[in-house]
Structures are given as structure tokens and as C-alpha cells.
Design a protein around this ligand. Structure first.
Ligand SMILES: *Cc1c(COP(=O)(O)O)cnc(C)c1O
Length: 434
């Protein structure tokens, strides 16, 4: 890990040049390209485990559960890896529940978030016996109540509170403002609590929040945590039983470029400040967090091969074999990824050309990076790595342009294995009826 910055992940924490070749842990990416082809997502085992261990250490002394946000990287091998290391899972669909179960994640470590849970998904999760539903609206609570009653069960629930704080992140990934679709307002939560006897199928156990993604400051979380505590105090006299847990969401940012995200240590300290021993809560609370990107973002790269160089005056277009269907973040959010040659000697080239690195998809937005200096001698067949692609990479991929999705590879030390085969043409038409 990067020493002077202390503890957060950076793009090259788990990938480094060894004998001049960019490697995942001890495996040169050239070997993976030879064996598996490109484009391929390559993950480092340590990339997932190091930040998990750091959060576990930071929260030591608290009754805590770290629920990995499955939507950031939902490969079964990744879920199993994190689950075996003690993590729970934060889900947003029945499909993700299916995955978590296949990966062997214990139900009592699973929470279910999202604004649009269907009755079928609710029944599936009740049947599984998950730890909690993070409920986002009164109509949803009513449906969950009915589903639970029909099954002769009580649904464990945390109400998702919208604390109306500005996470100061990209508008598409900001979720804790009143104008966002997520969560319940303070007044709504107090009203639900007062009328809880009307919900026989619901057991209110906690409050949850999640104010946004890629947070680069702890200030909005500090504010949000304060508001949660205030709300919980207000709820105390109204509730028949004290609340058992608080779910503080995910969202701590990582470094893609030169951002200064909060250190995980300081994030954990903030949690201790608000909910630890010194906070003198009337009843001790179990603390849940739902990190996604923090655990997966810098654990993966997208390995791609250069196909063509198109010269255009002062600028070149470098066409690679990965496209926006494989990694949509730059096209969707205008997000920045570092892109580096796998052969180190091209990093120090004396001849750099300003380049746009683009994919083969028929959309102008199929561009991974604009105006980047790239070695002029890079030609067809050279390998490039799109760094920080472990979160919202494969999990947001599609078959647009009828492109088969990439393989996924997990590296551990000096060995690697394919954790998802590259899709075939047959995979592409499965289920279609001509
Ligand atoms: C997406 C999401 C997360 C994870 O966000 P990251 O920025 O990847 O940490 C956590 N909780 C909820 C409810 C989410 O929707």
C-alpha cells in the first residue's frame, strides 16, 4: 500500500511492473492475455482482502458487519472470497440474492436495499431469512408487511433515512438529497414508528442511510451520522423496543487519479465517534456498513489489446478491443481511468502522442480517455490496462453491438484462474426465438 498516504486504495496498489511487465500480484498480464485473450477483467485477491481487513481492524471493538455492495462486482468467486473472509452482502435485487446464496453467503449476513423491491423478491428474501430489508418508502413497507403476513413471518426492517445532505459527488451517484429518489424523510419515519402497531408483519430493527458514492470528504458523512443519531433519539420514546442496529451505507471514495479520498482509518474513527463507546448511546447498536467500490475498485483492471492507430493531425485515435459495453463508466459518468501500457518501456517513451483511447462500438461516447499522452511507438497488438476497473466494470457490462462480454480472471500470488468464461456467440442468442 502507498505509505505516505496511509490507507486507501490507489490504482497501482495491487498491480505493479515486474521485470518491465505490468503484473497482477505476481502474474504478468502478458501471460493472462496469452492464455485467456482480451479484453479481460483481471482482479487481485489481495485487492479485495486488504481493504476489507483494514475496515475490520478499524471497526474492532464494535459489534459490526461489513456488507459488500454486490452490485459493484457480483462475480461468484469474488462474493465467495469476501464471504469466506467474514463479509456479508448488500443486495439490490433477487438476482443478487440468488448469487449470494450460490456463493454460500450466510443469510444472517445479508441486507436488501433498493427502491423497487417486488413482492416476489421480498418473498424470496423472507424465505432465505436475511438479516434486514432496508425499506425506502411507505408503499414498499405496506407491500412487505402483506407479503410477510401471508407467509406467517415478520420481516426484519431498517427504514432508509434520507438525511438531506449533499455528498458533493457526481449527480448520478448522489443519493442523500431530498430531491433524490432514495429513502424516507424524517417526518415519514416518525409517522411510521408511531403507527407501527398497524404493521403486524414488520419488525422495525434499525435505520439505514447511504448518501452517495465516491465520497471524497468525510464531512457529509459526519453530518449524516449526526442526523441519524438525532433521529434515533427522537424515535426512542415512540418505539416499543429499542433499535438494534444502524446501517451507515457505503460510498467512501477511492483514488482513480490524484483525488484525496478519506483514509479508511479516519472513516472508521468517524464511526467510532458517533456510534462507539464514547458516544454513550443508551443501547449499544450493531453497526453495518455497505462498501462496494472501496473493496473492489482498485482490485481490478480491464486488460485490452490495441488494434489500430488512426492519425488525425495533432491527435491520434487509438482503437482498442474493449468497448463501452465492457466498461461503461467513462461514457456514463465521464469518469476518469488511468490507462497504462503493459510493457513498462512504453511509459518512458521519448515520443509521446496526444491520443484518444476509444473502443469499437458505434457510438461517439465509446471513448475511455481523451487527450492522453501515449507512446507513439505503441502499435497493433500491444497491451494496455484500464486501471481501477474492479467496481462497476463487469457488473455494468452489456452485450450492446452484440459483443460477447469479457472473461474475468482472479489472481492470487503467482497463480490465476478464470472465474468467468468469455461469452460465446451461442451465449449471445440464448433465449431468443427466431
Ligand atoms: C451502491 C450502493 C452501495 C455501495 O456504494 P459504493 O460507492 O460502491 O461503496 C451501498 N449501499 C447502497 C444502498 C447502494 O445503493
Amino acid at each position: 500500500m502507498c505509505e505516505e498516504q496511509g490507507t486507501m486504495t490507489t490504482p497501482l496498489d495491487f498491480f505493479s511492473y515486474r521485470s518491465g511487465i505490468l503484473s497482477a500480484e505476481e502474474v504478468p498480464l502478458t501471460r493472462i492475455a496469452d492464455d485467456v485473450g482480451t479484453p479481460t477483467y483481471v482482479y487481485s485477491t489481495e485487492g479485495f482482502l486488504a481493504p476489507l481487513r483494514e475496515l475490520q481492524a478499524g471497526l474492532a471493538g464494535l459489534d459490526s458487519l461489513i456488507c459488500f455492495a454486490v452490485k459493484s462486482n457480483s462475480n461468484l468467486a469474488v462474493l465467495k472470497l469476501l464471504s469466506d473472509a467474514g463479509a456479508g452482502m448488500d443486495l439490490v435485487s433477487g438476482g443478487e440474492l440468488f448469487r449470494a446464496q450460490r456463493a454460500g453467503v450466510p443469510s444472517h449476513r445479508i441486507v436488501f436495499s433498493g427502491v423497487g423491491k417486488s413482492p416476489g423478491e421480498m418473498a424470496q428474501a423472507l424465505e432465505a431469512g436475511i438479516f434486514s430489508f432496508n425499506v425506502e418508502s411507505v408503499p414498499e413497507l405496506e407491500v412487505l408487511n402483506e407479503v410477510a403476513i401471508k407467509m406467517g413471518l415478520r420481516a426484519p426492517v431498517a427504514l432508509r433515512f434520507n438525511p438531506d445532505v449533499d455528498a458533493k459527488t457526481h449527480p448520478y451517484i448522489s443519493t442523500g438529497l431530498k430531491k433524490n429518489k432514495f429513502g424516507l424523510e424524517r417526518k415519514e419515519i416518525l409517522a411510521v414508528a408511531a403507527g407501527l402497531h398497524g404493521y403486524e408483519g414488520i419488525e422495525l430493527r434499525g435505520i439505514s442511510i447511504h448518501i452517495g458514492s465516491q465520497l471524497l470528504s468525510l464531512k457529509p458523512l459526519d453530518d449524516a451520522f449526526s442526523r441519524v443519531r438525532t433521529l434515533m433519539k427522537e424515535l426512542e420514546p415512540v418505539l416499543p423496543e429499542p433499535l438494534q442496529f444502524v446501517d451507515l451505507g457505503g460510498g467512501v471514495g477511492i483514488r482513480y487519479d490524484d483525488e484525496k479520498p478519506p483514509r479508511l482509518k479516519d472513516y472508521c474513527k468517524l464511526i467510532h465517534k458517533h456510534f462507539g463507546a464514547r458516544a454513550r448511546l443508551k443501547h449499544p447498536l450493531k453497526i453495518l456498513i455497505e462498501p462496494g467500490r472501496t473493496l473492489s475498485g482498485n482490485s481490478g483492471v480491464l486488460l485490452t489489446e490495441m488494434m489500430y492507430r488512426k492519425k488525425r493531425g495533432k491527435k491520434d485515435f487509438v482503437v482498442v478491443d474493449a468497448g463501452m459495453n465492457d466498461l461503461i463508466r467513462p461514457a456514463l459518468y465521464g469518469s476518469w481511468h488511468s490507462i497504462v501500457p503493459v510493457e513498462e518501456r512504453h511509459r518512458k517513451s521519448r515520443q509521446m502522442r496526444t491520443s484518444d483511447i476509444v473502443g469499437p462500438v458505434c457510438e461517439s461516447s465509446d471513448c475511455f480517455a481523451s487527450d492522453r499522452p501515449l507512446a507513439a511507438e505503441l502499435e497493433t497488438g500491444e497491451l494496455l490496462a484500464v486501471l481501477s476497473s474492479g467496481a462497476y466494470g463487469f457488473s455494468m457490462s452489456s452485450n450492446y453491438n452484440t459483443r460477447a462480454r469479457p472473461a474475468e480472471v482472479l489472481v492470487q500470488g503467482a497463480s490465476f484462474r478464470v472465474i468467468r468464461e468469455r461469452e460465446t456467440y451461442e451465449d449471445l442468442i440464448r433465449g431468443e426465438n427466431p
